[in-house]
Design a protein around this ligand. Structure first.
Ligand SMILES: C[S@@+](CC[C@H](N)C(=O)[O-])C[C@H]1O[C@@H](n2cnc3c(N)ncnc32)[C@H](O)[C@@H]1O
Length: 257
């Protein structure tokens, strides 16, 4: 039987939490709380971009009692997030974060579990960071994780693993193009597969894109342990503060106006 290729997350959305979301959420929540404590993060509003099924957006709203925007571009993820967040102070928006336009600026933006790696060119990464900066209140924080180009698959160039829900996940790492080519194969019913392409950004690239967008970096942490990153871990968690576009311009050199 032929395998039908379907758009990314169109099929995975239904069983995303069972397959990946819940386990990763448990870790993300602990990591976020450790960073929030360490950096004294206080916020009266927030947005979780690339929100997926809305677990983290709902957590932010319920744990802090603040309004939260949950943003994703995949229609199937947006539907699950809408159901998940019904009754919570969460407004789910179908948007691409490269054109992020929140109804009003927020004090905190989060992007969890590889969201920024789905931006597969430096142009897209820079554009998304600029839009996030514009949608933050002055001095607001951006907290996100990212896979780096430092051995992202732990010494392997490929792995295949079964996931709950009858899914087989395969990921290949190509160090030349710095891409992670993922696929999720759904074996129940008619065989379907999704392709997921991610780019492993270098820490330098992420740092430049943040600064150009007007962010000051407050901390870079090993996302696995939460410890401050001393080398280059495979996945980092970064805390950045909106420092004003004037600051970004002045770092670019003198301007004639
Ligand atoms: C691996 S999932 C992570 C979901 C969620 N943040 C979590 O922690 O489980 C990546 C999500 O990012 C979304 N995404 C990827 N690129 C995006 C973009 N340019 N704009 C908005 N959402 C995007 C995908 O649709 C998907 O829901």
């Amino acid at each position: 039987m032929r395998t039908r290729i379907v758009p990314a997350y169109s099929q995975l959305a239904r069983c995303y939490d069972l397959a990946l979301g819940r386990a990763s959420f448990a870790h993300l929540r602990r990591l976020f709380e450790a960073l929030a404590l360490r950096y004294g993060l206080r916020f009266r509003s927030a947005a979780d971009v690339g929100c997926g099924t809305g677990l983290f957006a709902r957590y932010l709203a319920q744990s802090r009692g603040v309004p939260v925007f949950a943003v994703d571009r995949a229609a199937a993820m947006v539907s699950v997030a809408r159901r998940r967040c019904a009754g919570a102070r969460v407004r789910v928006l179908a948007q691409d974060l490269r054109a992020l336009a929140l109804p009003r600026p927020v004090d905190l933006v989060t992007a969890n579990f590889d969201v920024v790696n789905h931006l597969t060119t430096l142009h897209d990464l820079a554009q998304a960071f600029r839009r996030i900066a514009v949608n933050l209140a002055p001095g607001g924080h951006f907290v996100f994780d990212a896979i780096t180009d430092c051995d992202p698959l732990g010494g392997r160039s490929r792995y295949v693993r079964p996931l709950p829900g009858g899914i087989v996940q395969e990921i290949r790492w190509d160090p030349l193009t710095r891409t992670l080519q993922g696929s999720a194969l759904f074996r129940q019913g008619q065989a379907r597969a999704e392709r997921h392409v991610e780019r492993a950004h270098s820490l330098l690239e992420v740092g430049h894109a943040l600064r150009d967008a007007g962010f000051a970096i407050r901390g870079v942490h090993d996302a696995a342990t939460g410890a401050a990153a001393r080398t280059c871990p495979p996945r980092v968690a970064i805390v950045a503060r909106e420092a004003g576009r004037r600051a970004a311009r002045s770092r670019g050199g003198a301007e004639c106006t």
